[in-house]
Design a protein around this ligand. Structure first.
Ligand code: SAM
Length: 216
């Protein structure tokens, strides 16, 4: 599947990125965000689009029927002395690829079956990068892993980071914790049974032998 993560300057925040990109002001116009939404839907099987509350108002009204909303609650937020309310959340609008709404890798209700099972809720609690990150809006690795888990990211998928900025999202894509066989640590193929723990029978038998040999 072809997946994308889009983290553009949020609506009205173009000026804050002018030192990084000549056309950053483009993102002050709601039409740029709606164009991006259309491009995501036309080009990718699954996508995640980051936004704040102000942008959500416009984007959600124009999102495809299959789109959903996720919330990132910033577990450690910065204090802004000029605002009465310290805003501590952002949003993603995401579209799961067709046929991927079921639990990823293993049964969600039995997380003990798999050490690496990715349980995904529509809400992420994660701190912002320390000192606000290298650039405004840099996402913590947990954000990218959550975004990918929403799409049920699998080893054979491609993912494009459309607004790389600091490179944090691209870096985190490379460290996504795909389900792994506990014996040989290889990534479980997406064709594995949904409750599969080991990648092949030989690994299952090796684990049983190991357990038998340590029994008193
Ligand atoms: C919210 S930041 C992305 C942050 C990134 N995900 C990270 O974790 O570091 C938005 C990025 O879009 C870039 N940008 C601004 N205007 C752009 C434009 N017209 N086309 C492409 N990129 C643009 C900015 O330079 C900035 O790096």
């Amino acid at each position: 599947m072809r997946l994308a993560i889009a983290d553009p300057p949020y609506l009205g925040q173009g000026a804050r990125y002018e030192h990084l990109h000549d056309e950053a002001h483009r993102w002050d116009d709601p039409r740029a965000h709606l164009d991006l939404l259309r491009q995501l839907e036309a080009t990718y099987d699954g996508w995640v689009l980051a936004t704040h509350g102000h942008g959500l108002r416009i984007l959600w009204a124009n999102a495809p029927e299959a789109a959903r909303i996720g919330v990132w609650v910033k577990a450690r937020r910065r204090a802004f002395p000029m605002t009465r309310v310290s805003w501590g959340h952002e949003f993603v609008i995401f579209r799961q690829p067709g046929g991927r709404r079921g639990a990823a890798y293993g049964k969600a209700e039995e997380p003990s079956m798999r050490k690496d099972v990715v349980l995904t809720g529509d809400t992420l609690f994660a701190a912002v990068p320390r000192s606000g990150g290298r650039i405004l809006g840099e996402k913590p690795p947990a954000w990218t892993h959550w975004a990918l888990a929403l799409l049920d990211y699998r080893p054979e998928d491609s993912v494009e980071d459309l607004f790389p900025g600091s490179g944090a999202v691209t870096d985190a894509i490379a460290t996504y914790p795909h389900g792994r066989c506990p014996t040989c640590r290889s990534v479980l193929p997406s064709t594995a049974r949904r409750d599969a723990v080991y990648c092949r029978n030989a690994c299952r038998q090796a684990a049983h032998r190991k357990r038998a040999s340590v029994r008193p």
